[in-house]
Design a protein around this ligand. Structure first.
Ligand code: NAP
Ligand code: GDD
Length: 340
């Protein structure tokens, strides 16, 4: 039986990846950090909590990481743990750079020292392209990160490539573009929108949804498709870097309109910039309001990846399209609101 360790098991991707690897017959070790209120709610929702062996893990505790590698020597390690919210990275830049950058060097060092046969996947990010230098972005597009998060992930990305070239480790960064699901954290914009709209539909909440820059564009895919690609990257005969994206981009404004439509809202935009509002044509009610509080110190305006290399070499392509993703998320949140 192959063994896999997944750090960040309590997050969005952790649950989807664990479920996928269990279906492939893996023994899965789920690494989590102790908290006062651990609920493992996503693993419970996936119905896999009792199928995973949970182990204590902290990205910044080198001794803990070394002990894990010495004791378990997993066949594969998927590093999904990170301070992953871009906005928070300006509030906590030192911690973000330590955890998301240095933490990955700790992992690589422990693998190099105690388990050099372990194949390592690093969750790299399209945030590294930041102020994009090329459209669409491909594997060798120059990077230009725009946040402490992007900077830290870029360090981790190069550390992976360097450890592979220097010490022969099988360490692969997969550059993930935004991917969403009904398990997405509530602070990320897609889920913030679907949770709020579901509340409006089911509980008749009247408070408008407040958003920042609604003109930013993202290449949104489905998390379930992207975890499969993480696994495919580690099954290839040589370590390499891949873009994981859909090749389509949509603005936050479009996501609001698409999910709003499902809720029966016909949103018409009025005003400009900070004064912009989205009004439901049928009822005249304000559904969305721009609030500059959610603007970022430096914005990533446009992301769109070209997944051609992944398709050609690994045979991967995303199964869930943009509209299907919008529907999946809003439908799930309306169901959850009804059941609460
Ligand atoms: P997520 O839902 O925010 O999950 C992050 C996970 O990391 C959580 O399990 C969290 O544990 C854990 N974690 C955070 N800091 C830690 C630390 N110091 N030590 C140990 N564990 C820690 O993120 P996700 O959406 O699943 O994303 C997975 C990975 O892909 C992340 O590395 C993210 O940066 C990267 N990525 C995501 C996307 C995307 O669109 N989702 C795109 C590109 C790259 P707690 O539950 O205890 O907080
Ligand atoms: N979160 C949030 N909240 N974002 C908003 C809001 C709001 O109220 N209003 C507008 N936005 C805009 C942000 O300014 C950004 O341009 C876009 O919506 C997406 O924001 P997020 O959903 O927070 O995601 P992100 O793109 O910053 O980061 C996600 O994707 C990265 C890959 O590109 C995260 O999952 C990162 O961990 C990941 O690396």
């Amino acid at each position: 039986m192959k063994t896999a360790m997944i750090s960040g098991i309590t997050g969005q991707d952790g649950g989807y990846l664990a479920k996928f690897l269990l279906s492939k017959g893996y023994k899965v070790y789920g690494l989590y950090r102790r908290g006062a209120t651990n609920t493992f709610s996503k693993l419970k929702e996936h119905g896999i909590l009792d199928k995973i062996e949970l182990l204590d893990f902290e990205l910044l505790e080198f001794s803990n990481i070394c002990r894990l590698m010495i004791k378990y020597q997993p066949d594969e390690f998927y590093n999904l743990a990170a301070q992953s919210f871009v906005a928070t990275s300006w509030e906590e830049p030192v911690y973000t750079i330590q955890a998301d950058g240095l933490g990955v060097v700790y992992l690589l060092e422990a693998i190099r020292g105690f388990s050099p046969k372990t194949k390592f996947y690093q969750a790299s990010t399209s945030e590294m392209f930041g102020k994009v230098q090329e459209i669409p972005q491909v594997e060798n597009t120059p990077f230009y990160p725009r946040s402490p998060y992007g900077v830290s992930k870029l360090m981790a990305h190069w550390a992976c490539i360097n450890y592979s070239e220097s010490f022969g480790l099988f360490a692969c960064p997969g550059i993930l573009f935004n991917h969403e699901s009904p398990m997405r954290g509530s602070e990320f914009v897609t889920r913030k929108i679907t949770l709020h709209f579901a509340d409006m539909v089911v509980n008749k909440t009247e408070k408008p949804l407040e958003l920042g820059n609604i003109n930013a564009k993202r290449d949104w895919g489905f998390a379930g498709d992207y975890v499969e690609m993480m696994w495919m990257i580690l099954q290839h005969h040589t370590p390499d870097t891949y873009i994981v994206a859909t090749g389509e981009t949509h603005s936050i404004r479009e996501f609001v309109e698409e999910t709003g439509k499902y809720c029966g809202f016909d949103i018409q935009w009025q005003g400009k910039d900070e004064k912009e509002i989205g009004v439901d044509k049928k009822t005249g009610k304000i559904i969305v309001k721009v609030n500059p509080q959610y603007y970022r110190p430096a914005e990533v305006e446009l992301l769109i990846g070209n997944p051609e290399k992944a398709r050609k070499i690994l045979g991967w392509s995303p199964k869930v399209g943009y509209k299907e993703l919008c529907q999946m998320m809003i439908k799930a949140d309306i169901e959850k609101a009804k059941n609460n």
